[in-house]
Design a protein around this ligand. Structure first.
Ligand code: HEC
Length: 139
């Protein structure tokens, strides 16, 4: 009985750990290959670097201080609010919003657009991988 309970607990914790689907895993692999091409010393993506990218304010596209937090908030399990349009943005965390990080095209499109909003340029492969690592693991 104890064994069965333990087995089912393990199964549940597997379900709760957010796994990326195969196409998203492929995208993360591509980013990793590209990042290593640009800098062979890179060891892998990093949550802490991703957090800095997500939370640091820059003078954005519109000439005002802005960060990813400005629209998505610091609590990724809650709705955000688009600074530019005042529209509600559903939670970015895949723990709170299972649609997140399932569609590579969507993720690429918004990362490109949102990096430009904040950093006035597209993110490098390393920056994109780091910030995704942060978002999908933050609880
Ligand atoms: C001006 C507001 C704004 C800022 C700043 C912003 N975002 Fe977004 N973000 C949005 C909107 C709007 C969407 C698309 C609507 C939606 O998906 O709910 C979006 C979608 C996304 C998605 C798509 C996820 C998915 O799977 O659907 C990612 C990833 C993302 N943002 C990351 C970032 C990062 C990283 C930054 C900082 C570099 C950032 N955002 C800054 C408004 C913003």
């Amino acid at each position: 009985m104890k064994k069965i309970l333990l087995a089912s607990l393990i199964a549940i914790s597997f379900i709760q750990a957010k796994e990326l689907n195969p196409s998203m895993q492929g995208f993360m692999n591509d980013l990793s290959v590209e990042a290593k091409k640009q800098n062979p010393n890179i060891q892998g993506f990093d949550y802490a670097r991703g957090e800095v990218i997500f939370t640091t304010k820059q003078i954005g596209k519109k000439g005002n201080p802005i960060s990813c937090v400005s629209c998505h908030t610091n609590d990724l399990s809650q709705n955000g609010l688009n600074e530019h349009t005042n529209k509600v943005i559903e939670p970015l965390s895949p723990f709170a919003n299972p649609k997140r990080f399932t569609d590579v095209k969507e993720v690429k499109k918004w990362l490109r657009r949102n990096f430009k909003d904040v950093y006035n340029r597209e993110g490098t492969a390393l920056e994109q991988g780091d910030v995704i690592t942060y978002i999908i693991n933050k609880k």
